[in-house]
Design a protein around this ligand. Structure first.
Ligand code: MRU
Length: 351
């Protein structure tokens, strides 16, 4: 059982994903600044995991506030939320979690009126962070069950990045959760794990999770996907999401768009698995999704070893957007969405 992130009451414990698969270490972060830094550096990563961790970081920051002056306390809370919001721009789960924490804080401030009660605020925010954590685990289980129905027996499934327990609060995950459930149901599936350049979440994290769970997998470099599809050795592609716009366009790890085009060429179903916290209905289409640009050093170097000439100019968009037309279904905790996605997404949030 992989515990990605845990609330300790006076700190946040997480598995250090930068050190996997070589070492399994669990640092305990003692301040909200350390938590924000861990998100920024990708010690913890994956859209739902980022949201859960940010909520815990906010709860921690509020618990440590010493001010008894209401205005100063509110200002500190806003600073904590702003620091969290600046960590990573694409995964909307981060902003969704911050909004939930803000709503609880603002309601209590309103209700408290003249009875400003910092310990009560801290307790309420801690409870909300734990609720977000537990909801994420429940979402993962539900998505896994809905999604596994779409996976045929003996399927060879291609996946990208890491969407397992490590990308969420823990246990199942999103797309890899569906794969885990199909495996548990005895469907005799196997997985093509894209290494996922440049950060290698597939090679470092998904391969590690599959190995731990006893799921048969084969690691491939990203540029091998088309080859295996052409040979008929891929039956479907299943990936996660960092942000889904109101029309179904989906931002996910860089390379996902290319896979969707390859899947279309080979008439393969292309599935997205994401909780409702990954939808951003404020955005009409994927063109509006902010794409994180990370350091070019993550492209030119691997573990501090240069793989390009010194001074090489390298680009590093961390995500790309797959148009809704390339997606067969979106698997959520509330069920599987079918096309047209704009209507399906509207109904999902209306009811
Ligand atoms: O940069 P990362 O590792 O945070 O990117 C993660 C992904 O792109 C995942 O596919 C996505 O968050 C969905 S999985 C839960």
């Amino acid at each position: 059982m992989i515990k990605t992130v845990e609330w300790l009451g006076d700190g946040v414990r997480m598995i250090d994903q930068l050190r996997l698969p070589a070492e399994e270490v669990y640092p305990v972060l003692k301040t909200y600044e350390e938590v924000a830094d861990a998100i920024r550096r990708m010690v913890v990563r994956g859209a739902p995991a980022i949201g859960v961790t940010a909520a815990m970081g906010i709860a921690l920051g509020v618990k440590q506030q010493t001010s008894t002056d209401q205005a100063a306390f509110i200002e500190s809370f806003n600073t904590i939320c702003d620091v969290m919001a600046k960590t990573r721009p694409t995964a909307v789960n981060l902003f969704w979690a911050i909004d939930r924490m803000k709503k609880v804080f603002e309601r209590l401030i309103r209700e408290g009126n003249r009875d400003f009660d910092p310990p009560r605020l801290a307790r309420a925010l801690e409870a909300e962070a734990l609720k977000i954590y537990e909801e994420d685990i429940a979402c993962n289980k539900a998505m896994a069950q809905h999604g596994a129905r779409l996976i045929p027996k003996n399927a060879m499934i291609l996946t990208h990045c890491n969407t397992g327990a490590l990308a969420t609060a823990g246990f199942y995950g999103t797309a890899l959760g569906v794969i885990k459930a199909a495996h548990e149901e005895g469907k005799n599936i196997s997985v093509w794990v894209d290494e996922t350049r440049p950060y290698l979440q597939g090679a470092r994290l998904t391969a590690w999770e599959c190995q731990k769970e006893g799921i048969p997998y084969t690691l491939i470099t990203d540029n091998m996907a088309g080859h295996f599809m052409k040979l008929g050795k891929v039956q479907c592609v299943i990936v996660g999401a960092d942000r889904i716009a109101a029309n179904g366009d989906t931002a996910n790890k860089i390379g996902t768009y290319s896979l969707s085009v390859l899947a279309k060429e080979h008439h393969l179903p292309f599935y997205i698995t994401a909780p409702t916290s990954s939808f951003d209905l404020k955005l009409a289409s994927g063109d509006e999704i902010p794409i994180e640009e990370r350091s070019s050093r993550e492209v030119t170097h691997i573990k501090n070893i240069a793989i390009a000439p010194e001074g090489a100019h390298a680009a590093h968009p961390a995500f790309d957007v797959t148009p809704a037309r390339n997606i067969h279904n979106i698997i959520t905790e509330r069920g599987v969405l079918y096309k047209p996605f704009d209507g399906a997404i509207h109904s999902l949030f209306a009811g």
